[in-house]
Design a protein around this ligand. Structure first.
Ligand SMILES: Cc1ncc(COP(=O)(O)O)c(C=O)c1O
Length: 469
């Protein structure tokens, strides 16, 4: 972290905790420079950053003051009701029409599924790509297709081990991103027409995969902070012949909810009791803001019932299309399905990631990325509190790069989406996250771009559009 960022964070904390109140003057640049032992230009940079985050404002010839709305906070969204029924999935058309309009690079990318590429070590990765391909043994170009690059598998297993999970290497299947892993896991435990328990709201691609595989779903409500509602899940497992669960136990997309360890243990006990396999989508695992990484449900798995899917797309290498699954007792089946479909992710991409994980400073990059995302989240929350209607509710996830907004009932997020697009702003409207087309007044906004005046202005524009409903 740079010195000015640290200083800005310290002052933001004083504002958040009320030590410096809205409307109060903050120390002059000269005073702050001598108090904190930093140069005046460092103080200026910190104050510009706080201004960008909307926490302070300059008054001509008077200095800097805490913004009058700096401490206003929006409340948490409500948990959705439990429908206790099974439904067919039919969202693809809607999802494609929304995604199709997100491609313009000039847009303010609040609808994007990725953080800004500027936050990734792409130059360092391309050095890894060049050197690993140069040193690649001719034999491995073919051999690594089936089993996956052995160094990459070792590095992934090592990361599981450091987080306290000992995984047999032959459980690991390297895939074309997590999306393929999730797809193969689902195919290995279901047949068309089967019933799968999913979250509500759920990641829209989950719904598309289920639709394509002709599976039916039971939607289990997710609490915005505490995660999957276990009472509803227990009820559904009792009443329906559920063949698999597809859940995110940490940093759920779109809510950002993370279950406690105790709740994850209970979830596992429930699945074990019913012998229902769980596909654990954990693609945001590395993007936590807490001191310690969250444990996956997989860490409580004693039966090989959990298929834990991960990816480098969200935290290191978007576009390299490398993910994996630790597939427990289903590993052989998943591996065969992969050989029958795509065979392998690109061998050079795997080699590049193996090299980067070994030599590229991955943990240092992750620390920086988490810090940037946390600071950007604070900026978006503060901005929403300033510009959005005061009845708006918002999640406060402990990681990742999405906020889930629940707007007043009168707001139609599909209309909001169209109006925002016309103003050069994208967002992900609520109905794409539900098989039942719920969440009409909700939207997911991405804070993965470094916060600047353009983001602030886009939030102000969304605020004006919301006020017009
Ligand atoms: C929840 C979730 N699961 C899976 C994926 C797919 O990951 P990958 O890009 O590795 O296929 C995404 C990407 O948007 C996601 O948000």
């Amino acid at each position: 972290m740079k010195r000015y960022e640290k200083l800005a964070d310290d002052i933001a904390e004083l504002i958040r905790t009320g030590v410096i109140a809205p409307g109060e003057k903050i120390p002059s640049v000269r005073h702050a420079s001598s108090t904190y032992g930093v140069s005046p230009s460092t103080v200026f940079q910190a104050y510009y950053l706080l201004e960008d985050r909307g926490l302070i404002q300059a008054r001509p010839r008077s200095g800097y003051f805490v913004h009058s709305l700096a401490r206003r906070q929006l409340s948490e969204p409500n948990i959705s009701p439990y429908a206790s029924s099974s439904v067919d999935v039919d969202v693809s058309e809607l999802v494609f029409s929304v995604l199709g309009s997100l491609k313009d690079p000039e847009m303010v990318a609040f609808g994007s599924a990725f953080p800004s590429p500027d936050l990734f070590p792409l130059a360092r990765l391309s050095r890894s790509l060049a050197s690993s391909v140069r040193d690649m043994k001719p034999h491995s170009v073919i051999a690594d297709m089936t089993a996956g690059n052995p160094d990459l598998r070792r590095q992934i297993a090592l990361r599981y081990m450091v987080s306290g999970m000992l995984l047999p290497m032959d459980e690991l299947v390297i895939t074309n991103g997590a999306m393929e892993a999730l797809n193969l896991c689902l195919q290995s435990v279901t047949q068309p027409g089967d019933l799968v328990a999913i979250e509500s709201p759920a990641f829209y691609a989950t719904l598309q995969v289920l639709e394509q595989l002709k599976l039916k779903v039971v939607e289990i409500p997710v609490h915005p902070r505490e995660g999957i509602d276990l009472e509803s899940l227990a009820d559904s497992l009792q009443r329906f012949p559920i063949k698999a669960c597809w859940f995110m136990s940490s940093l759920q997309n779109p809510l950002g909810a993370s279950m406690s360890d105790a709740k994850k243990k209970q979830l596992y006990a429930l699945l074990q009791q019913h012998q229902v396999p769980m596909i654990e989508d954990d693609v945001y695992a590395e993007l936590y803001f807490s001191a310690k990484p969250p444990k996956p449900v997989k860490s409580f798995d004693t039966d090989g019932l959990v298929m834990h899917c991960g990816s480098f797309s969200k935290c290191l290498a978007p576009g390299y299309r490398v993910g994996w699954v630790a597939a427990g007792r289903f590993a052989e089946q998943v591996s065969r399905l992969k050989l029958m479909t795509t065979i392998s992710p690109s061998v050079p991409a795997q080699a590049a990631l193996a090299d980067y994980l070994q030599h590229g400073g991955y943990d240092r990059h992750l620390r920086r990325l988490r810090h940037a995302l946390e600071s950007q989240q604070r900026a978006m929350l503060a901005s929403a509190a300033r510009h959005f209607p005061h009845e708006t509710r918002v999640s406060r996830p402990n990681g990742g790069y999405f906020l889930w907004f629940e707007f007043p009932e009168r707001v139609d997020s599909l209309q909001l989406f169209q109006h925002a697009l016309a103003q050069g702003i994208s967002l992900a409207p609520g109905p794409i996250f539900s098989a039942n087309r719920q969440y009409r007044n909700c939207a997911r906004l991405n804070y993965g771009t470094p916060w600047d005046e353009r983001c602030e202005q886009a939030m102000a524009t969304l605020g004006r559009l919301l006020a017009a409903f």
